[in-house]
Ligand binder design. Sequence first.
Ligand SMILES: *Cc1c(COP(=O)(O)O)cnc(C)c1O
Length: 361
Amino acid sequence: MKKNNFRRKKAMLYFTVGPSQVYPTLPKHIDNALKKDIPSLNHRGVEFKKLYSETDINMKKLLNIPKNYQIFFVSSALEAMERTILGTVEKTSFHIVTGSFGKSWMEIASKLGKQVQSSSGVDLKNLHLPGRIETICITQNDTSTGIQIPMEEIYSLKKKYPKVLIALDVVSSIPYIDINYSLIDITFFSVQKGFGLPAGLGVMIVSPDALEKAQFLQKKDISTGSYHSLTNLSEKYKTFQTPETPNVLNIFLLNNICLDMLKKGIGKIRAETDRKAKFLYNFFDNHSIYKPVVQLIEFRSKTTVVIDTKGESKKLRYSLPKKGYNISSGYGENKDNQIRIANFPAHTMKDVKNLISNLKL
Ligand SMILES: *Cc1c(COP(=O)(O)O)cnc(C)c1O
């Protein structure tokens, strides 16, 4: 019998912004997961606890997360937005909205009965918070617009308002984005973008201050959620378990991709991302028709490049797949005017150069 031939035949490369191209070692890890009976593992057993604990250690090492932060598994980034609001906000949250994902987060808070305030400014150094804000919600890299907020801007906000909690959506910038976690209270992402994994797993990185707030709300009899409340997740984390039966397969795969990235070196991954981003922006800055949407260089996303195609998006999204490349359309109302190109660790410089040479034709 032929062995796993179906995978090697597939020629399509996914530059879509998520789900995206899978990490190159993923097929090998899926094979190993089956060999090791990972899908049949009892999630209350020793082996699962070991897997959770190892993933916690490896992710902390890869991303430089303080040891006293807790890592929780949820179903998605949208779920993490809800957990963040319920766990840290009694009355009022503040939202930095630079695109549709930031807007979704604000709407989630509003639907949960919180008062929401917002700003669309990216100049956080000069932001003045109104009244009593409990948590500032920031989409560090909004995948819909390709706007990224430099971490220095975010740190300056924390320094100005040290008592206010900061929650960060890094779904489409991690693991590229280098974060000083000691200044951030909740960071979350889902795994189908920068980690090149199948969708269906969200990760939350939670500070002692955020957990203290969740406990405070719970003591006041304010609902912080049910089985996936921050307090319940934290209680289970003590023994490296989860409240529900989690996505064990994806946790296994995430742990292995973390190990691969550790072996390669996060510095190298970040430097490659910078080089590929430079190549992409350089091409479009010099293109006669297509132009980057974000003008100010420091706010341009390195990982999700959004291009104004002057109405040619459909044409490109039709012609590129025939040559083996998938890209994303613009988001929402920009569907036909823009394209979005992912620049994740699974994309090599060679892939990017090939994509660009196909755009030239
Ligand atoms: C994709 C994305 C999300 C949503 O992720 P899900 O896994 O679908 O919940 C949230 N925020 C940003 C910035 C994203 O790119």
